[in-house]
Write a protein that binds this ligand. Structure first.
Ligand code: NAG
Ligand code: NAG
Ligand code: NAG
Ligand code: NAG
Length: 427
């Protein structure tokens, strides 16, 4: 009973935190009183850095969701494709699921600034200008994102914003832009810590609330400082549409889990789901782990031409809800076994006395993966109800001590674990 009570307290406490976050703006360092946590739970899900650094611009209470042009279109963009994508986000139902940012990546701008030193949309590909595009996107209830670079050029050699932060931020705000992705090419060898804050201040000075997405590729360990600068920060080099890239990036991003929280998120880069370079099982794993890691969910495929299989993955509301959970704690890799640690358990705390648990098979053939309660910080006697988020069904009302499942090669099963005693007591 004593052990059960400790867990009950813990889960009630987690629930109180989430209510606090949803209900009002609380100082983000307030919630975690370590004395309330059982020893193993707080060492497994270290939250010592949670909420201590976040930028206070009111955005990113949960990770951003939307679409970005780069992974599918690269430089081959124009205002038609952006508008058609906005249309498709609405008509497919993705917008209703939370994918609201329509983010234009590199190549929207002309090669040179105008005679007044202002950025100019490429007249061939964006002849109506960005303001018209923002109006179009806003009329659909969506938000528009744009791209620039904390250097003298963007990666595709358009003008960068270093030393033009004030002008460019004011221009973006005047167009009605809602989001800025800020890249790291042609940076003159100046430290990111010096180049990224001026744009934060310039965006703030416009008075328009603009999501600030840092893209310095993880080179200067941004988790350690970027929370005060932006709403999210890339932790790695660019993703590409391959199993090798996706798994490498997941592991690199995992290292910084303790630093994510409402207001500021680790960004392991945009989704490749639907682009064809991985199997459906691999894409399911990609989406599951990104959701669990509280990564931005920025779709990177051509949503105008999305397949039913791709929609089933990125449109899985139960998995999206894990990503958007109000508690905002990044889940992490908690246990590995097998050759090269290929049988993996990833998990994290959720609001409402729950845990998300993913069984990820990174081995070269199907495998049974078992999670023992001890790796989750649960007492082995705790009875747990389990819901499968990919099969959309309740599996067990009273699992005790451990749970295992056969997982297809490179696939990832994902569950919500609700300790039963805690859920009964909470009303
Ligand atoms: C706009 O871009 C799309 C995607 O690259 C392309 O298929 C289309 O032909 C372009 N339209 C115009 C008018 O350039
Ligand atoms: C500017 O920064 C201040 C201080 O962090 C914050 O309260 C305010 O909401 C910010 N304004 C905008 C438009 O981001
Ligand atoms: C994709 O990323 C992987 C892992 O980082 C790398 O080995 C591979 O060369 C990349 N592929 C391409 C086409 O860039
Ligand atoms: C739509 O997707 C299918 C396969 O998913 C592809 O074969 C086809 O070329 C795509 N159409 C366009 C217009 O991109």
């Amino acid at each position: 009973m004593v052990k059960g009570s400790v867990h009950l307290l813990l889960f009630l406490y987690l629930s109180a935190i989430s209510v606090g976050i949803a209900g009002r703006v609380v100082p983000l360092h307030e919630p975690f009183d370590k004395s309330t946590f059982s020893r193993s739970f707080s060492s497994i899900f270290d939250t010592s850095k949670y909420g201590i650094l976040q930028l206070n611009n009111g955005l990113a209470r949960t990770p951003q969701m939307g679409w970005n042009s780069w992974n599918f279109f690269a430089c081959n963009i124009n205002e038609t494709v952006i508008k058609e994508t906005a249309d498709a986000l609405v008509s497919t139902g993705l917008a209703d699921l939370g994918y609201v940012y329509v983010n234009i990546d590199d190549c929207w701008s002309s090669l040179v600034r105008d005679s007044k030193g202002q950025l100019v949309p490429d007249p061939k590909t964006f002849p109506s200008g960005i303001k018209a595009l923002a109006d179009y996107v806003h009329a659909k209830g969506l938000k528009l994102g744009i791209y620039s670079d904390a250097g003298i050029f963007t990666c595709q050699v358009r003008p960068g914003s270093i030393y033009h932060e004030r002008d460019d931020a004011e221009l973006f705000a005047s167009w009605g832009v809602d989001y800025l992705k800020y890249d790291n090419c042609y940076n003159l060898g100046i430290k990111p810590k010096e180049r990224y804050p001026p744009m934060r201040d310039a965006l703030n000075a416009t008075g328009r609330t603009i999501f600030y997405s840092l893209c310095e590729w993880g080179v200067d360990d941004p988790a350690l400082w970027a929370g005060k600068v932006g709403n999210s920060w890339r932790t790695t080099d660019d993703i590409n549409d391959s199993w090798a890239s996706m798994t490498t990036i997941a592991d690199l991003n995992d290292k910084w889990a303790a630093y994510a929280g409402p207001g500021g998120w680790n960004d392991p880069d945009m989704l490749e789901v639907g682009n064809g370079g991985m199997t459906l099982e691999e894409y399911r794993a990609h989406f599951s782990i990104w959701a669990l890691m509280k990564a931005p969910l920025l779709v990177g495929c051509d949503v105008r031409n999305i397949t039913a299989e791709t929609f089933e993955i990125i449109g899985n509301k139960e998995v999206i809800d894990i990503n958007q959970d109000s508690l905002g704690i990044q889940g992490r890799k908690v246990h590995v076994s097998g050759k090269d640690g290929c049988r993996q358990v990833w998990a994290g705390p959720l609001s409402g006395h729950r845990l998300v648990v993913a069984l990820w098979n990174r081995c070269s053939k199907a495998a049974t993966i078992t999670v023992g309660w001890e790796v989750l910080g649960l007492e082995s006697s705790m009875s747990v109800s389990i819901r499968d988020l990919w099969k959309h069904e309740d599996l067990s009302g009273d699992a005790v001590a451990s749970f295992g499942s056969r997982v297809a090669v490179h696939d990832c099963e994902m569950y919500i674990f609700t300790p039963v005693s805690a859920s009964r007591s909470a009303v």
